[in-house]
Design a protein around this ligand. Structure first.
Ligand SMILES: Cc1ncc(COP(=O)(O)O)c(C=O)c1O
Length: 395
């Protein structure tokens, strides 16, 4: 039977690689999974007060459909959080989604027409490109400098009459780079000049290590900025699927989206009600777990970066947020590309990483991504295996 042409561009390497891992596991060997950014699978657990709120909601029979745009009290709590970060926002401009993933899908569904182009940082989180392609558009990667700032000349040179939006992911997945105020302002200025939407994903906003996080809200002014955020990472609610879209309340250019995005929300009825009730507790309850998580992650980051940089043929920058590293590999004549490297690493050691080219061919190729979420003894074992693997491959 015919399958739609539109699905052919959809890929998600982070999970697509799992089929190779299953094959490896079927031989009875163990895998060290360093491919998926899910802290709850490691020793970071959903805080008790958030779990209790979910259980309480279910027990009290709050198990019906919610309002399509989201629970009013949760929308209020989201306004409190995002306004504190500087984003101009009213309750009516918040829409609760089943994860940032659904928010991204709805946003791109609302702005991408066949033939339009969407700019995104190179490298980027793969669903950005997949959804753009799914809706008939073309992803265009722009260059970032070593310090994570956008190369403004590169961005400007890639804008044409087909350009529709610029995406920002800060902190970024896969590099952990955090955009600074100047970089954000530069992208906003370009977007205003060329009449482009700005989509900014801040899902890692409370996992930043070395400095204060600057949100897009601080520079958004009345620009057409769509902010995406959610509860998966900072609130350790990955499996519960809760996120949201915020439309800049000061931007009249977003009035079309204000009409249209809620239509998509209504078609899919609503997002999960008990989880939304728990999400209110997440935002308004104790925040101590975030400090603990960031402290633990900083130690793991420092350890992994040190180990990676001590391996001949691998170089790695210190990520400033999230929980990923994106090292560069000298492929030389040992592997044809980063995918071959990742598969060879898996089959030789059982360490599962993700190939960099899956995060964008232009700037991701020649790299691989690993998460540093596991406890240090697991990371140590993985780094030892990687070190031996590379030294053997050099002979
Ligand atoms: C940048 C970015 N955005 C969105 C998501 C998905 O978020 P959610 O679990 O809210 O769908 C991820 C998950 O890894 C991510 O890294």
């Amino acid at each position: 039977m015919k399958v739609s042409d539109r699905t052919s561009g959809v890929e998600y390497v982070i999970r697509d690689i799992i089929s190779y891992a299953r094959k490896y596991e079927s031989t009875g060997k163990q895998i060290i999974y360093l491919n998926i950014g899910d802290p709850v699978k490691y020793d970071f657990k959903t805080p008790d007060h958030i779990k209790a709120a979910l259980i309480d909601a279910v027990t009290k029979d709050q198990n019906y459909y919610a309002e399509s745009e989201g629970l009013p009290e949760l929308r209020k709590a989201i306004v409190e959080k995002e306004s504190q970060k500087g984003f101009p926002l009213a309750d009516s401009d918040v829409l609760v989604t089943n994860g940032v993933s659904e928010g991204l899908d709805m946003t791109l569904a609302s702005i991408v027409d066949p033939g339009t182009e969407v700019l995104m940082p190179g490298p980027y989180y793969p669903p950005y490109a997949s959804y753009v392609k799914f809706y008939g558009g073309k992803p265009i990667e722009f260059k970032l400098y070593e310090d994570g700032r956008p190369d403004v000349e590169d961005v400007s040179s890639k804008i044409n009459s087909k350009s529709r939006a610029i995406c920002i992911i800060s902190p970024n997945n896969p590099t952990g780079e955090v955009f600074d105020r100047k970089g954000l302002q530069q992208l906003i200025d370009i977007a205003i000049e060329h009449n482009l939407y700005v989509i900014c994903d801040e899902i890692y906003d409370n996992i930043v290590f070395d400095e204060q996080f600057t949100s897009i809200g601080r520079v958004a002014s009345d620009a057409p900025v769509i902010l995406l955020n959610g509860f998966s990472k900072g609130y350790l609610m990955t499996g519960w699927r809760c996120g949201y879209i915020c439309l800049n309340s000061d931007s009249r250019k977003l009035d079309g989206l204000r009409e249209n995005v809620p239509k998509l929300a209504r078609v899919r009825i609503s997002s999960n009600l008990p989880v939304q009730i728990a999400a209110i507790q997440a935002l308004r309850g104790p925040q101590d777990h975030i400090i603990e998580m960031v402290q633990k992650l900083r130690k793991r980051r420092d350890y992994v970066v040190k180990r990676l940089n001590s391996i001949n043929g691998i170089s790695c920058k210190l990520p400033r947020g999230a929980f990923y590293v994106f090292p560069k590999i000298e492929l030389e004549h040992r592997w044809n590309d980063d995918r071959e490297f990742v598969l060879d690493l898996l089959n030789s050691t059982g360490v599962l990483a993700v190939q960099g080219s899956g995060f964008g061919r232009e700037f991701g190729a020649g790299h691989f991504r690993i998460v540093y979420l596991p406890p240090e003894n697991v990371l140590e074992e993985a780094m030892d295996k990687l070190e031996i693997f590379i030294s053997k491959s050099s002979k």
